[in-house]
Design a protein around this ligand. Structure first.
Ligand SMILES: *Cc1c(COP(=O)(O)O)cnc(C)c1O
Length: 379
């Protein structure tokens, strides 16, 4: 088979040629004026994507490292944490808080649904106060998007800090960091930002800084105080992944040139097409329309043919990579990532692959039906 892979994992995602080319630039010293200039420009551009005037840091670590940064700087042993868990990544956020000695109260919602604001308020009022609240904007394991605006609005009138994992949505969906009162929001490079893995971006609100300064918990590599001090000279405390910074600069240029609104609309359309296609093929979607993620579509193939069997056919016979289920949905789910360097036609291709894989697996599926429905959703 031709060595061409169609990558639909919800991270890592395909990297555009412009970004690959930018990363091939010669190395520069990270204590140079040249790096300082690049670093300053990257942060200014990233703030536009984050829709924030808050401080923003580019860290050399994966998305989880960004989540750990948020926790390590705000949670010390004994601190009370409220974790809104809507899937695997919400679970991870809660685990990190526990690892740092946080006393974690969890509100868990069935996978495939979002947190319920009334319930959050009830728990907050009955069991609070909490020092920090953890939420996932886009729960990649289930393909739902939580209402961070409502949560931030409520928490803005409390002492609690709002920490948000937006690893799989920043740069693809309309996230209003400041308008929504998000104190620390985290993303990673290998999702909608169209880069290889290796960077996390984290913004920090004025409300968060005094808490970070007063925090007595352990932190070293992930210290935001060190990051802030270094950034005064557009420096980083430790050696940054310089090549990824080149790439990030190019990727942010692509996003800003396309225009944020256009980027958001493209992702919304891709979701619409993927969902229409899957439905037309008689497949179940895990999330309702009203909460469906714009970057990843989670499909329950049902009992006739298993998700793992379909994955194998897609991979081995068609060179197409979808993601499977995680945690409690392991083996039960097919997840199609459509974020970053991904267009409407890529979703059509994914639907074609899905139809062919179903057919190969012996499912009586009308060829072209998913593709047709996806095309109709787009036209
Ligand atoms: C991918 C992802 C992460 C984890 O990022 P890593 O880069 O694998 O550490 C965290 N949260 C969400 C929602 C993600 O999609």
């Amino acid at each position: 088979m031709l060595d061409k892979n169609y990558l639909y994992t919800p991270g890592p995602t395909p990297v555009p040629p412009q970004v690959v080319a930018a990363m091939g630039r010669p190395m520069m010293g990270h204590r140079s004026e040249e790096f300082a200039k690049l670093h300053g420009e990257i942060v200014a551009k990233a703030k536009l994507v984050f829709q924030t005037a808050n401080d923003l840091f580019v860290l050399t670590t994966s998305g989880t490292g960004g989540m750990e940064t948020a926790i390590a700087n705000t949670v010390a042993p004994g601190d009370r944490v409220l974790a809104l868990v809507t899937g695997n990544f919400g679970e991870r956020f809660a685990k990190i808080a526990s690892a740092y000695g946080g006393v974690v109260t969890k509100i868990e919602t069935p996978w495939g649904t979002t947190f319920d604001m009334d319930q959050v308020i009830q728990v907050f009022e009955k069991e609070g106060p909490f020092k920090v609240v953890l939420a996932t904007h886009n729960e990649t394991s289930t393909g739902v998007t939580n209402d961070i605006a409502a949560l931030g609005n409520y928490l803005a009138n409390t002492e609690a800090l709002l920490l948000v994992d937006a690893v799989s949505s920043m740069g693809a969906m309309d996230i209003r960091t400041d308008e929504w009162h998000v104190d620390i929001i985290v993303t990673g490079s290998q999702k909608a930002l169209m880069l290889p893995p290796g960077l996390a971006l984290v913004s920090v609100s004025p409300k968060a800084w005094p808490v970070i300064e007063a925090n007595h918990g352990v932190r070293f590599y992930f210290s935001l105080l060190e990051a802030r001090k270094s950034f005064e000279k557009k420096n980083t405390p430790w050696t940054p992944a310089v090549s990824l910074f080149y790439g990030l600069d190019a990727a942010l240029d692509m996003i800003l040139t396309e225009g944020l609104t256009n980027v958001f609309q493209r992702h919304a359309r891709m979701t619409k097409a993927a969902r229409a296609g899957a439905r037309a093929l008689g497949l179940k979607l895990l999330a309702d329309n009203s909460v469906a993620s714009h970057t990843v579509t989670a499909i329950l193939p049902g009992t006739e043919v298993g998700a793992s069997d379909l994955s194998k056919i897609l991979q081995k016979e068609l060179g197409v990579t979808f993601a499977g289920g995680q945690g409690q949905l392991k083996g039960k789910l097919l997840r199609i990532g459509h974020m970053g360097y991904c267009s409407e036609l890529d979703v059509i291709t994914a639907m074609a692959a899905l139809e062919m894989a179903l057919h190969k697996a012996g499912v009586a599926v009308g060829l072209g039906i998913g593709v047709k429905a996806a095309e109709e959703a787009l036209l």
